[in-house]
Design a protein around this ligand. Structure first.
Ligand code: FES
Ligand code: FES
Length: 178
């Protein structure tokens, strides 16, 4: 954790981001990582920091729609960009509630998590991958391997995470056919 007090001697800079669809502005120390800013400035605790070396993928968020390790990016580097965290994957419905992204629904249905530490990184990464592909085409095992291959999970053995990918892809395929 990098407290603002510890950063007092460092220069700060004001950044603006569209965070989960909402324009936000913040003044942050220039040395802060994006993961620091999300948690300590914007109060979004869904993004988890594990290895802090770009290996585990638990800190993954979407920057302009692309999966990005927030532990490897400075907060000032996302100035003017769109950032989506796990909190921004769901969408408002017409009754004031929220509709989960199909992969969130699938994780719930397929029991694709145990401790849940890795889950936000898997959800953001897989959501971006599924959103980018042609939903009308059946997903292949190779595609599923690619969707989950960049993230580490110490608990599940990946079987149910892969099952959730197939479940979400099938549900998106069904929606595309309507
Ligand atoms: S905490 Fe960022 S990749 Fe592990
Ligand atoms: S569910 Fe525990 S690390 Fe993945």
């Amino acid at each position: 954790m990098r407290s603002r007090a510890m950063s007092a001697v460092h220069t700060e800079r004001t950044i603006t981001v569209v965070l989960n669809g909402v324009p936000r502005e913040a003044t942050v120390p220039v040395r802060w990582l994006l993961s620091d800013a999300l948690r300590h400035e914007f109060g979004l605790t869904g993004t988890h920091v594990g290895c802090e070396h770009g290996v585990c993928g638990s800190c993954t968020v979407l920057v302009d729609g692309e999966p990005t390790r927030s532990c490897l990016v400075l907060a000032v580097q996302v100035d003017g960009r769109q950032v989506t965290t796990v909190e921004g994957l769901s969408r408002p419905d017409h009754q004031g509630g929220q509709v989960l992204h199909p992969i969130q629904e699938a994780f719930r249905e397929c029991h694709a998590l145990q401790c849940g530490f890795c889950t936000p990184g898997f959800l953001t990464t897989i959501a971006a991958g599924l959103d980018a592909r042609d939903a009308s085409v059946e997903i292949t095992d190779e595609e599923v391997d690619e969707l989950v291959g960049g993230n580490l999970c110490r608990c599940t053995g990946y079987a149910n995470i892969k099952k959730a990918c197939r479940y979400a892809a099938a549900s998106m395929r069904e929606q595309a056919a309507r």
